[in-house]
Design a binder for this molecule. Structure first.
Ligand SMILES: [Zn+2]
Length: 552
């Protein structure tokens, strides 16, 4: 209530000052989203000064004002990608070799040999690009560990699976990480072993793999420079597609990533506002993590870099059998865990959220299975009961039990979805039937059910898991039909104002209102009037962040 009043007062104050202020820039002769009778927006000092028609612009214009004729273009609030791995997605760091996405174990041999030829001896080799289903489909003959050891007998090697939720490693890598047949599974992870012999298979699921890749990553030379360059390439992609604010997918702060971001902000190289989300390490003690998180916290909305939400995983993913489900898997690579596993156990998550609330953090929680979604909602319920007003978002939200649907709105929890791939648009989730059966597979990815429940629904790319272009996600959410969003305006909200709410910055961005940050995506057409396929092919003409043109 107090906050609403403060906003009203500041709006009155700024409109009072209008006549005295001159616009730095005026976008005119366009369609302005949310303002059907206006055709222009005036910007001063990085904020929106006035929205109105051409005549009204006269009073804030002088010879210093930069006038941009939009020739009928559409001014959308700048896109807010609520979950984007902009730091990693375009980076060469940690990707010396690429395997085949489709090949089984035998088919990968030529890729492994090519990798050996092109990499130096002695150091860790890091690569990516296989799929666990293809790799584990070959039941006869050698194990993945035997195959990789034959080509890399001494040098430690780690390959990240396409989803990033499992790693293929050789014996040298296992030795460096201290993993043996006797090693217990770490929290949130599984060390795959032969069911009969107990031999290691060279496949590490979820957090078991994360722990090893952290070792490899921190051995990289030039990782700062490589990461910086990767981040610049990622930001370039974001601005090309009208993205003015990014919700960071995860910040691995034990890999020196925070320092890279800080440098980018100091150097004036950030071309988007970014809500950085430091990763909660499941196997590290809480107090030391809280101390670090406190030291980097920032919710100063005048800065481009914000740090007031963490990223945590409740569970893994369905294909691995590591997503936490309410009824057992029909098939799983980890039969000793028929319901999947937690990165952060339910009780621990409640404690985390309470401690984080005290030091100013909300949370962006990866929750895929109906079990993880229920447990995460329980954790938010407990912290709400303690009086927390922070922003909480569950991301991916693939399988929701109907009993939990109304709890999102009730607990003020955002549901964040990624729909930027064709298989999601056309509900081609057949891959899941072997694991979940037909009924649960049909229930996957139901945006409509959450939207109808009154929950705050956001769309995001999870780039490079899906297409970074928000217009693809917006179009796909409509192609989805009775599991998608009801119309283009609702879909645009999911990529703008709803995402701003999820990030706790709807007072400064997410819509075109006087006093808000001048964050715009200028598009070739008014997408709220277009059919889905035409939305997907709409062009981005300009991207403007705080009144600065960052792409044209
Ligand atoms: Zn992600």
């Amino acid at each position: 209530m107090e906050r609403t009043l403060a906003v009203v007062l500041s709006l009155v104050a700024s409109s009072g000052a209008l006549s005295a202020q001159t616009a730095d820039m005026i976008l005119t002769n366009g369609v302005i989203h949310g303002h059907p009778s206006a055709n222009s927006v005036a910007v001063a000092d990085g904020t929106i000064l006035l929205v109105g028609n051409s005549e009204e612009m006269d009073k804030v214009m002088d010879e210093s004002t930069h006038l941009v004729d939009l020739q009928g273009g559409f001014v959308s609030p700048g896109f807010i990608d609520n979950h984007n791995h902009v730091f990693e997605a375009a980076s060469d760091a940690g990707s010396q070799c690429e395997l085949s996405l489709d090949e089984g174990l035998r088919g990968q041999v030529s890729y492994l040999k090519a990798c050996r030829q092109q990499t130096p001896r002695g150091e860790w080799i890091m690569g990516y690009g296989f799929s666990i289903e293809s790799l584990l489909a070959d039941e006869e003959g050698s194990t993945p560990l035997q195959v990789i050891d034959a080509i890399f007998p001494e040098q430690p090697v780690i390959f990240m699976e396409q989803t990033s939720h499992s790693m293929w490693v050789n014996s040298a890598a296992l030795r460096q990480a201290g993993i043996t047949r006797q090693s217990p599974d770490p929290q949130g992870g599984k060390i795959l072993k032969d069911e009969e012999t107990g031999e290691l298979l060279g496949i590490l699921l979820d957090n078991a793999g994360d722990l090893v890749i952290e070792l490899a990553w921190n051995s990289l030379r030039n990782q700062f420079e490589q990461s910086y360059q990767g981040l610049m390439q990622g930001l370039e992609q974001a601005r090309t597609y009208g993205i003015t604010t990014i919700g960071d997918g995860r910040l691995y702060w034990k890999r020196g990533w925070y320092e890279v971001w800080q440098k980018a902000e100091e150097s004036g190289d950030l071309t988007a506002r970014v809500s950085l989300r430091p990763w909660i390490y499941p196997t590290e003690p809480m107090p030391a993590q809280l101390t670090y998180l406190k030291s980097i916290h920032s919710d100063n909305h005048s800065q481009l870099l914000l740090v007031d939400q963490v990223k945590m995983y409740s569970d893994g993913i369905l294909i691995n059998g590591t997503a936490k489900v309410l009824a057992p898997y029909l098939f799983t690579y980890i039969p000793d865990e028929p319901y999947g596993i937690n990165y952060i156990e339910p009780q621990a998550m409640s404690e985390w959220l309470q401690e984080l609330d005290k030091i100013g953090y909300g949370a962006h929680i990866h929750a895929i299975g109906d079990g993880a979604i229920r447990e995460s909602l329980n954790a938010v319920e407990s912290v709400r009961a303690q009086g927390s007003k922070k922003d909480y978002t569950l991301t991916h939200v693939e399988l929701v039990n109907s009993k939990d649907l109304p709890r999102f709105a009730k607990l003020d929890v955002t549901a964040d979805f990624q729909v930027g791939s064709d298989y999601v648009a056309y509900h081609e989730h057949q891959w899941a039937e072997a694991f979940l059966g037909a009924k649960r597979t049909r229930a996957l990815m139901n945006l409509k059910a959450l939207f109808d429940s009154g929950a705050n629904v956001t769309l995001s790319s999870d780039w490079n898991v899906h297409d970074i272009n928000p217009l693809i996600g917006i179009g796909n959410s409509l192609i989805m039909g009775n599991t998608g969003l009801p119309n283009a305006s609702a879909a645009l909200d999911a990529y703008t104002i709803n995402a701003a709410k999820s990030l706790g910055i709807d007072d400064i961005t997410g819509s075109i209102e006087v006093g808000k940050s001048a964050d715009f995506a200028v598009l070739s057409q008014d997408i709220t009037t277009l059919p889905p396929e035409a939305i997907k092919s709409t062009e981005v003409w300009m991207t403007i962040v705080r009144g600065e043109v960052v792409f044209e």
